[in-house]
Design a protein around this ligand. Structure first.
Ligand code: ADP
Ligand code: RBF
Ligand code: MG
Length: 384
C-alpha cells in the first residue's frame, strides 16, 4: 500500500511557470502601473495584484481598465503597458531559490519545461536575461501556442507531450490559482508557491503549498535531493541590514524569554520583500557591546496585521538590560525554515528554542563563523 502510494508521487520531469514562480514579474508590473496610473490621477492599489496574477495579458489589462475606469480601450492600454514593460524587462529579478532550483535540476539531468500564459516570444526575452536558463528548458510552451491558456490544462498537456512524458510523472510548480487549476486539470502533481502572502486558502487543490522555492524538497517527488543543506541550515548569499533598535510590538516576548530587537520596518520594506518569510540566523553587532550570535524571524506579525514584513532578531546572549536606540547591525548568513502558524503559543515558543539551538550550533561551523569578522559588524563609531 505504502509502495503504490510512493510510486504515485514519483515525478521524472518538472514543468515550471515563469512569472511569479521563477521571476518577480509582479514587482515590475506594480512599478509600471503605479507610474501609469498616477499620470491619470489614480493610485495603484497593491492588492489589485491579486486580480492579475496568473491571468492572460488581455484578462489582466481588462481588469485594470475596468477597475480604474481608464479612458482608453483594453488594446490601447495593453500596447502602452507592454512598451513600458519590455523596455524594463532586463531588471526583473529571479525569485529566491529560482537559480538554485534550475541549476540543481539541470545538474541532475531532470528534464524541465516552461509553461506560461505569456507569449512564447515574451517568455524567451524574459529568460534571456538570466544566465543558463534558456539552455535548461528543453521545452517552452507559450499562451500563443495553444487555444486556451491557464486555467485550462492545454498548456500543461502540450508541455508534457513535447517532453514526451506521461502527465502523472510531471511535477508542476506554480504561483497562481489559475496555474494550479490548470496543472491539476492536466492530471499532474502541483506544488503551489503563492506569490502573495496569506493566500494559502485559495490553493487547497495543490498537492503541496510552500512559502518559496527554497523550501522545495525534490525527494518528496522522487527527484534528486538538494545537497546544500548543512546541519539543518541552508547557506544563503549573506546580506546586511542595520539601524537603531526601536520599540517593537511588545507581545511580552521578554516574559517568554525571547526578546526581539526590532529595527524600523519602513526603511527596509523594499529589501525584505526579497526574502521569504521565515527563520534566518547570523551575527549581530551592537555598538559598544560586541558581536553576538543571532536567530531571527522575517515575517508578517499576525497580531498587528501590519502590511510590511518585520524583522525580529533575538541576540543569543544575556544582556540583563534593554538597548533601545543603539545601533544594531546584522549579517544574515543562513536559513532554517519557513514561517509557520502554530496551534498554540507554547508550540511557537518551543519551535523558536529549537531554531535557537540550530543557529547556535551552525554558527560554530567555519562556513558561518567567518562572518563574525565582517567589517559591517564592527560598530566603532570612529570608523566610517
Ligand atoms: P519590543 O519588541 O516591544 O521592544 P521585546 O519584549 O521584544 O519588546 O524586547 C525587545 C528589547 O529587549 C530589545 O529592543 C532590547 O532592547 C532588549 N533585549 C534584551 N536582551 C535582548 C536580546 N538577547 N535580544 C534582543 N533584544 C534584547
Ligand atoms: N511567529 C510565527 O507566527 N511563526 C513563526 O514561524 C515564527 N518563528 C519565529 C522564529 C524566531 C527565531 C523568532 C525570534 C520569532 C518567531 N516568530 C514566529 C514570532 C514572530 O517573529 C513575532 O514575534 C510574533 O509572531 C509576534 O506576535
Ligand atoms: Mg521585539
Amino acid at each position: 500500500m505504502s509502495m503504490s502510494n510512493s510510486l504515485e508521487k514519483l515525478a521524472s520531469c518538472v514543468i515550471l511557470d515563469l512569472d511569479g514562480t521563477l521571476i518577480n514579474t509582479d514587482g515590475l508590473v506594480g512599478e509600471i502601473l503605479r507610474g501609469y496610473l498616477s499620470k491619470h490621477g489614480k493610485q495603484w492599489d497593491g492588492r489589485e495584484t491579486l486580480k492579475i496574477v496568473g491571468k492572460t495579458p488581455i484578462e489582466a489589462a481588462t481588469a485594470i481598465v475596468e477597475d480604474y475606469g481608464l479612458p482608453c480601450g483594453v488594446d490601447e492600454f495593453n500596447t502602452e503597458f507592454y512598451q513600458l514593460f519590455s523596455a524594463q524587462m532586463s531588471k526583473i529579478k529571479p525569485l529566491p531559490g529560482a537559480n538554485r532550483l534550475i541549476q540543481h535540476l539541470k545538474g541532475n539531468g531532470v528534464p524541465m519545461a516552461l509553461a506560461s500564459n505569456s507569449s512564447r516570444a515574451n517568455i524567451e526575452s524574459k529568460i534571456s536575461y538570466h544566465k543558463g536558463w534558456k539552455e535548461s528548458f528543453s521545452v517552452i510552451v507559450g499562451g500563443d501556442e495553444v487555444t486556451q491558456g491557464k486555467p485550462y490544462p492545454e498548456i500543461y498537456l502540450e508541455a508534457a507531450r513535447r517532453l514526451n512524458k506521461e502527465v502523472a510523472s510531471c511535477l508542476v510548480i506554480e504561483d497562481s490559482t489559475p496555474g494550479v487549476t490548470a496543472g491539476k486539470a492536466a492530471g499532474m502533481k502541483v506544488v503551489a508557491v503563492p506569490s502573495l502572502p496569506k493566500q494559502t486558502h485559495l490553493f487547497t487543490s495543490a498537492n503541496e503549498i510552500m512559502n518559496s522555492l527554497i523550501d522545495l524538497r525534490p525527494e518528496k517527488w522522487g527527484l534528486p535531493p538538494f545537497q546544500d543543506w548543512i546541519e539543518n541550515t541552508l547557506p544563503i548569499e549573506p546580506w546586511c541590514i542595520g539601524g537603531p533598535v526601536v520599540k517593537g510590538f511588545g507581545r511580552g516576548s521578554k516574559v517568554l524569554g525571547i526578546p526581539t530587537a526590532n529595527l524600523s520596518t519602513k526603511e527596509y520594506a523594499s529589501e525584505l520583500v526579497e526574502h521569504p518569510a521565515g527563520v534566518y540566523f547570523g551575527w549581530a553587532g551592537l555598538s559598544t557591546r560586541g558581536v553576538f550570535k543571532m536567530v531571527m524571524s522575517i515575517g508578517w506579525n499576525p497580531y498587528f496585521n501590519n502590511t510590511e514584513k518585520t524583522i525580529e532578531p533575538w541576540l543569543l546572549h544575556e544582556f540583563g538590560e534593554d538597548f533601545y536606540g543603539e545601533e544594531l547591525r546584522l549579517v544574515i548568513v543562513g536559513y532554517i525554515r519557513p514561517e509557520a502558524n502554530f496551534p498554540s503559543l507554547e508550540r511557537l515558543v518551543e519551535k523558536i528554542h529549537e531554531d535557537r539551538g540550530i543557529a547556535e550550533r551552525a554558527l560554530d561551523l567555519q562556513l558561518y563563523a567567518n562572518f563574525k569578522d565582517d567589517p559591517f559588524l564592527s560598530t566603532n563609531p570612529l570608523l566610517p
